[in-house]
Design a protein around this ligand. Sequence first.
Ligand code: C2O
Ligand code: CU
Ligand code: CU
Length: 523
Amino acid sequence: MTLSRRDVIRIAGGAALALPFASACQEDSGPGSRADPAADETGGALLRSSARLPAPFGVPLPVPPVLQPVSTSGGVDRYQITQRVAKVELLPGLQTEIWGYEGRLPGPTIVSRSGRGTVVRHRNELPVPVAVHLHGGVTPPEHDGYPTDLITPAGGWPANGGHNGHTGQTSDLVKEYTYPLEQQAATLWYHDHRMDFTGPQVYRGLAGFHLVHDDNEDSLPLPKGDRDIPLMIFDRSFAEDGSFPYPSLDPSLRDRPGVTTEFMGGVLGDVILVNGAPWPRLEVSNTRYRFRLLNASNARRYRLALDPPPPSGDPFIQIGSDVGLLGSPLGQSAIEISPAQRYDVVVDFSGYPVNTQVVLRNEIGEGGAAQVMRFDVVRRATDDTRVPDRLSDFEELSRSSAARTRDLKFVRRGSDGMWTVNGQPFDPNRDDFDPRLNSTEVWRIKSDAFRHPVHMHLAHFQVLSRDKGDQPWDAGWKDTVELRRGETVELIARFTGYAGRYVFHCHNLEHEDMAMMANMRVV
Ligand code: C2O
Ligand code: CU
Ligand code: CU
């Protein structure tokens, strides 16, 4: 029997109504629990590990390898990635089956030059369809990883990846994605985007960094080389045998999308991994380091702080946001990072005596989720880097430049428990918004009783206002903004690059899969 997406969500949603989110009886029993404070705000639940978990800070921080191009001729860098099933050791002594780009978690890092074309040929050796999205990329629509533009697996797949009546551009086994990357230096990432199944597919491992450099960035005296480190932070849970117990209704990810009722608001894990290692440790010199922070979690948000804080100065000097460097640096005592966001920060370890252990803490996590990794200041070194007052030609967009204002609501629908944009679940055949190419618009977005990290494809934006008070880390060009509960956020977006159809959605991946997504047709 093949259920349609609608049937499944109706069933799951009906069950959700019968067992409302605030089910206190789940507190300490069953696989899911709301004891983690993060759960309340996403509407999600904590999935507890049954595997034996390692003590924190026991393993060194891995850094994902940089992928080598297969050719660099004709002004274009060409890469190949095979998506495959692999067994990897994430927890010491246990094997975990993952789905990885090149069989790795995280996938290999792609490093590109702004304005130099990058072509990535993806081969799908997984048992299900995939779609690859370059998050933060200004990419033509047919290469953006639209949720129904699928690469089907060997042996084929029912028409349109099982989505009745939804026409996507299906490719058999292989697809070449072309990225012009006419955009400034930034920390982008690539991840799976298959309609209805993004949550479980990213959870199994389909995520990697894609860094873009440019001449401006090169000219700055910031830390470089092995003192410029990307940190992909995500939470997971582990079953006793080391496998991921993601609560899919259909663990084969073939027919039925969705997760069991208690996790409809988000799947939270009790192990925090950085670049695929649980609570790792990095030995550093007493110098400045640049860290490119990415929250690649399905639903968990973090409030990152250093413990102990440096004896003087701000723990984090923020130099960039999601899609580029700030105009000038901003000192931050802590940074809140919601799913899909990136913060580019410099940490100066020179204030710490050698032999200090500095924990990167998550001030809004409980138990294992309260800590992320540790920096051990183990040696002296010379440092000729600094953070200059001017980082880029940042242009602040003014409200008066906006061609129009739109009002949107990110809300859970009462009738069936689905996550919606303006009360409507995602329909790939319906265009919801029609911004004009090269125009600027204000989008006034309101949330319900939950937090929603809202992400726009193609267009980059700035945060104009929040009715619950400013957040200091909102500065700069962004592609994802977090709405707090019951908050209205105004963002101002510039629709440059390409005309065509793109999505706009909540990046809590369980909310996204359960239909909190809309179409923008840029005209
Ligand atoms: Cu990071 Cu539409 O995704
Ligand atoms: Cu995106
Ligand atoms: Cu959401």
